[in-house]
Design a protein around this ligand. Structure first.
Ligand code: 5GP
Length: 181
């Protein structure tokens, strides 16, 4: 049996479901920005590492001139529970002043990581900032972070795959899954 079909994994969102939703988000983003960018390009910022798969698929569904940059964050403490204390471990490669920015995240759980990041990015004076997140656990989002482009609202379970890890593994699963044991 292959790694993707292990007995202790169950599928929450299939690769097909994810692909269809990502395509719809890309179309929506394209429509929203098409008259807004002028001669400028959209700056898509992926949050490392978890967003790399979502970002790769999403940007290919955005029919606009864009550039991709990355920022890396790590939250201190327990790997499965956000502490709200966030460290910026790798910064953007270019300034974003005056730019239209789309932050691309894998999952908003408590929202604390994203609240910290959005506050940090706002101080750099972009023209606008919007947030795309593949997943959100709405019952946990205590920071009140607003997801402008949401893939799926899910219940409060620890998910893996499509970029999301458990102890650094499972990022390569083509679907969003649950580890059952
Ligand atoms: P927050 O600060 O919103 O509580 O946490 C955000 C980060 O925690 C996400 O970017 C992700 O790295 C991690 N995280 C939260 N929930 C999950 C989950 O269900 N699965 C995985 N793999 N990571 C999660």
């Amino acid at each position: 049996m292959g790694f993707f079909e292990q007995k202790n994994l169950s599928v929450m969102l299939s690769a097909e479901q994810v692909a269809a939703r990502v395509a719809a988000l890309g179309e929506q983003i394209t429509r929203d920005y098409v008259g807004k960018l002028g001669a400028d390009e959209l700056v898509c910022i992926g949050i490392l590492k978890g967003s790399f798969v979502f970002l790769a698929d999403l940007v290919r569904r955005i029919d606009l001139p864009l550039v991709v940059d990355f920022i890396a964050l790590s939250s201190y403490g327990d790997a499965t529970e956000s502490s709200g204390v966030v460290q910026l471990t790798q910064d953007l490669s270019r300034p974003i002043a005056g730019k239209h920015v789309l932050v691309v995240e894998d999952i908003v759980d408590t929202g604390l990581t994203m609240k910290y990041l959005l506050e940090n990015l706002h101080t750099r004076h972009p023209a606008s900032i919007k947030l795309a997140s593949l997943l959100e656990k709405p019952t946990k989002n205590q920071a009140g972070v607003k997801v402008d482009y949401l893939g799926f609202a899910i219940e409060d379970k620890f998910v893996v795959g499509y970029g999301l890890d458990a102890a650094s593994r499972y990022r390569n699963l083509p679907y969003i899954g649950l580890v059952t044991s």
